[in-house]
Design a protein around this ligand. Structure first.
Ligand SMILES: [Ca+2]
Ligand SMILES: [Ca+2]
Length: 298
């Protein structure tokens, strides 16, 4: 008999195959579905071919035949986003938590978790130690590092989708700084007693990891305004009030860690008073002793 029609149905679309005279085969050039087959049952689109002869007999071959399975891959890579710590962030813990989001596009093949890679300073973290929380289109991930040394650290994140598209690798360098700055207040010494209203507070500060440091000075709770720190040295003139003055000097590194030094300075501008002086006896015999007695208050 004579073949009348040959059709192929793929993803709900039916195509007519035409006879290629040179090969003797029925052929069609078909545009692939616009979505991945990854999410289809079995991971493929069934290609159902039906041949009908002029007598009306027809035969159908479906995807139980493995050759009738069309695999379609999407080409859009997943995206790594919302990474923390951010670039140049200063973490005041040696055990920062690294978090981020990995998502594939809507109707994409989805994140292939087994492809996920987190490296810290080039050392891979076992995925078994990473928490993955499903979100639409992918996952949030979270890993708490431990024992990181002071200074720079770089983590890199890689992931692919189920169709093998690799995300653009993300690499972030941050800083661990758990050490407060040094602060040496060279003047005044503690418990200084002076009779000058003006006092210069001087000192030095430094930080091994997060220079520059900033310095603030408060006298009796009143901030004294900007303090210039040059090569770690600072000097600030302040005005004392009579009596006890509490001077609080704070050094703060760029990670936000603070060191505080408190000095107590007493301002006394009032001279002592002398009263009630007596000389006994007076007059006194030559060569004899006498006693001077005086009241002095301050
Ligand atoms: Ca994709
Ligand atoms: Ca520091």
């Amino acid at each position: 008999m004579t073949v009348q029609t040959v059709t192929a149905t793929i993803n709900g679309q039916t195509y007519t195959l035409t006879l290629n005279g040179s090969t003797g085969k029925y052929e069609a050039t078909v545009t692939a579905p616009t979505k991945t087959s990854f999410n289809e049952s079995g991971g493929y689109f069934a290609v159902t071919v039906t041949a009908t002869d002029t007598a009306g007999n027809s035969t159908t071959q479906d995807a139980t035949n493995t050759a009738n399975r069309l695999v379609v891959k999407e080409k859009v890579p997943p995206v790594i986003s919302a990474l923390s710590p951010a670039a140049n962030a200063r973490m005041t813990t040696a055990a920062p938590t690294i978090t981020g989001t990995i998502k594939d596009e809507t109707n994409g093949s989805g994140i292939n978790l087994s492809s996920f890679s987190l490296k810290i300073d080039g050392t891979a973290v076992s995925n078994a130690n990473i928490t993955f929380t499903p979100v639409t289109g992918g996952y949030n991930f979270s890993y708490t590092a431990s024992g990181l040394a002071q200074g720079n650290h770089t983590y890199t994140v890689n992931v692919s989708d189920n169709d093998g598209n690799a995300a653009t690798q993300q690499s972030v360098t941050f800083v661990v700084d758990t050490v407060a700055p040094t602060l040496n207040v060279t003047a005044p010494v503690n418990a200084l007693v002076i009779n000058q209203t003006n006092l210069t507070v001087t000192g030095t500060t430094s930080d091994a990891t997060s220079n520059p440091t900033t310095v603030t000075i408060a006298v009796n709770g009143a901030d004294q305004g900007a303090v210039t720190v040059s090569s770690g040295a600072f000097s600030k003139a302040v005005t004392l009030t009579a009596g006890t003055n509490t001077i609080v000097v704070k050094a703060r590194d760029s990670a936000g860690l603070e060191t505080t030094v408190t000095r107590t300075v007493t301002l006394d501008t009032v001279a002592p008073t002398i009263s009630g002086l007596t000389i006994t006896p007076n007059p006194v015999d030559t060569g004899a002793t006498f006693i001077i007695s005086v009241s002095v208050t301050d």
